[in-house]
Design a protein around this ligand. Sequence first.
Ligand code: DMJ
Length: 673
Amino acid sequence: MYSGAAAAAGPPRRDFISVTLGPEEAVGVGGYNNSKAWRRRSCWRKWKQLSRLQRSVILFLFAFLAVCGVISYTSMGEAWKSITNKSLDEQRTEQEIPGLKLANPAVLPAPQKADANHGDYPELSLQKPPKPPHVRRGPSNLQIKAPRRDMRLKIRHDTIRAVEELVEADKVEKTEKSIISWRGAVIEPDQSTEPPSSKIKEPEKPSSVEAEDQKEPVPINERQLAVIEAFRHAWKGYKDFAWGHDELKPLSKSYSEWFGLGLTLIDALDTMWILGLKEEFEEARKWVANDLVFDKNVDVNLFESTIRILGGLLSTYHLSGDSLFLEKAKDIGNRLMPAFKTPSKIPYSDVNIGRGTAHPPRWTSDSTVAEVTSIQLEFRELSRLTGDEKFQKAVDEVMKHVHTLSGKNDGLVPMFINTNSGQFTHLGVYTLGARADSYYEYLLKQWIQGGKKENELLEDYTKAIEGVKKHLLQRSEPKKLTFVGELAHGHFSAKMDHLVCFLPGTLALGAHNGLAADHMKLAEALIETCYQMYAQVETGLSPEIVHFNLHAQKGHKDVEIKPADRHNLLRPETVESLFYMYRFTGDKKYQDWGWEILQNFNRYTRVPTGGYTSINNVQNPSNPEPRDKMESFFLGETLKYMFLLFSDDIDLINLDKYVFNTEAHPLPIWVPA
Ligand code: DMJ
């Protein structure tokens, strides 16, 4: 249109006016000035000298370039707009990522996204930075932003960590109100022993603690030193060959994994504290701080992880006052809670602590009675410490339910309970051994923990002990040892698990807390039997299970052992009961019996390169057949109870202030005597 009009009108002036050189020049040179006027006039002269065709071609070319310029300007604008919008969307998404909520978006630098796909998972890119997308594709204006994004995520990550550290520091300040003395003479940070229904109060320092502090420390005796030496030897094996793993395999100098949570290390923490092994404790603490992670896709047994891990962390928190252990206890406690999501509220046996799912064993929907009723001390204590009732509520509900169930025999319970119906199953079989044992122990201990107020627990306990007396007690020949057998559909079996040897200690603890004096008499008789389960055997170590002779036969002892039962797993129950018996009677024979047992452990289960091992044959002193495994409870329980048994300091874990869980982890009594 323009060139046609110019050709028709022809006046040069019009051409000059209509030519777009003016703006072009303004863009190109940045404005006019007088010194350049002559150049313009000379240009005009040259233009006039061109032919009409030449001028038309030039004008056409200028017009074409101008149109192209306008088009590309418009599409560039669109592109910028969409880039800017995308960037804003990504900013919003990122602020909504749950893991990032700790960081206050307002304090972070404005995000500049390079790649939205990565933006949703900043942790992943932090752990393993992806190859920046700009290397392979994309316009140059985006390429330069990729590294800036990584830097921003780093800043964000650092900010989150800084905030977490501040929160942590605040918690630590709040928790660590009192100084903790080393070993035994403990000033607890939280001995205000209010039940969990009320919120946690500021930790109080009980007056008894000051009195304890002023006491002369009781010197460690030779037998205790021998326990320390044994512990160190066991720990050396664990440290050298199994550090951070569940169990030491001392012969193959390797380890076995059960939950993959450093079971032995956690189980042993409070033992190290009590034995005064400060260096070992500090080293283990570091592992807990830096390497203990519960966010793992792993199935754990609710009972075992509660008594060993939760119990171990809680007691170590109490002894050391170090809030790290409470934080870890809260973490595992929360992760175990899905186990209680069953139709009956009777928990499943297994929980995946990473996924938050729970399930019964593959072959049944039953749980074991001892397992569901021996997690209460730990969850109740966790509620008291956190002020969060949910833990106690869940486990109390189990106890209340079991209290009302039919299928008991004079207070004795069957071994299984169904997680759907909530009813006992496999009725008619009664034992104080495997699958029922700690039900009885925890009835008494919960009653003590809660300040002897929960009458149903006491009722169930005293009734059960009457049931034991009525149905399960017998005397062996020739020594007339009182033992606890089993009942199966009305038939008595003279079989007794080593596990039952917790009972004398528990009976003695009950008597100490005011229960019938005949409980103590029974305890005295039973601990003698448990000792004989060691003394009558060739290695001086008890087998897993014994059968007692009910009829005198020439050349036969009280204790008979079946080939399948002659292993020893370094279990603690007899030593545990010896400890209670010595504490409450002061009779040195209990210490002497314990000393014999320690020496036999050293003789037959000690592995020269470090560690102790379970054995397969307690009847063969020349070859006890080592099994190549050191159970975590050897350090958590057996050696701890040995050390306490040999101590004459009743304040070294005072039994009027602490109650031991079934894995020997001491927890405070809420209303100490
Ligand atoms: C430990 O885990 C606990 O003492 C539990 O109550 C029974 N079994 C072992 C020790 O024998």
